[in-house]
Design a protein around this ligand. Structure first.
Ligand code: HEC
Length: 103
């Protein structure tokens, strides 16, 4: 009886965890949006000596950086490229780059 309760509890935790990942961002959609970023940050998101790497960046960190450029809290050339991005776009982009292997 106890084992069964434990199993149900574990399943609930797993279900919640899966839902949480989805709410973060859609990596497949992010991959499509990322064609606008590749010219500077590279097809593999690894950047170069002048461009910061995006590949492997934590999704929450990445989404926050994009939001900061959009709000004006962060400044730089990047600020010109976030104006059209919705919050969902930023989360999707961040989810996609988090799936790429970093340096
Ligand atoms: C025209 C070139 C260009 C394009 C296009 C571009 N970026 Fe950038 N990005 C930069 C530069 C340059 C920086 C370095 C900071 C600065 O000068 O603004 C940067 C910085 C960043 C940073 C901060 C990196 C860090 O480690 O702090 C993130 C995140 C980022 N870009 C994401 C993106 C995403 C996502 C896209 C596509 C929507 C994109 N960039 C498109 C040039 C570009």
């Amino acid at each position: 009886m106890l084992t069964k309760k434990l199993l149900i509890a574990m399943m609930l935790v797993l279900l919640l965890a899966a839902g949480g990942v989805q709410a973060g961002g859609d990596a497949a959609r992010g991959a499509e949006l990322a064609s606008d970023c590749a010219a500077c940050h590279g097809d593999d998101g690894k950047g170069d000596q002048d461009m910061p790497a995006l590949a492997g960046m934590d999704a929450a960190v990445h989404a926050k950086k994009l939001a900061d450029y959009k709000s004006g809290a962060a400044e730089g050339e990047m600020a010109d490229y976030v104006g059209d991005l919705s919050e969902q776009d930023m989360n999707d982009l961040a989810a996609y780059y988090a799936t790429l292997p970093g340096n």
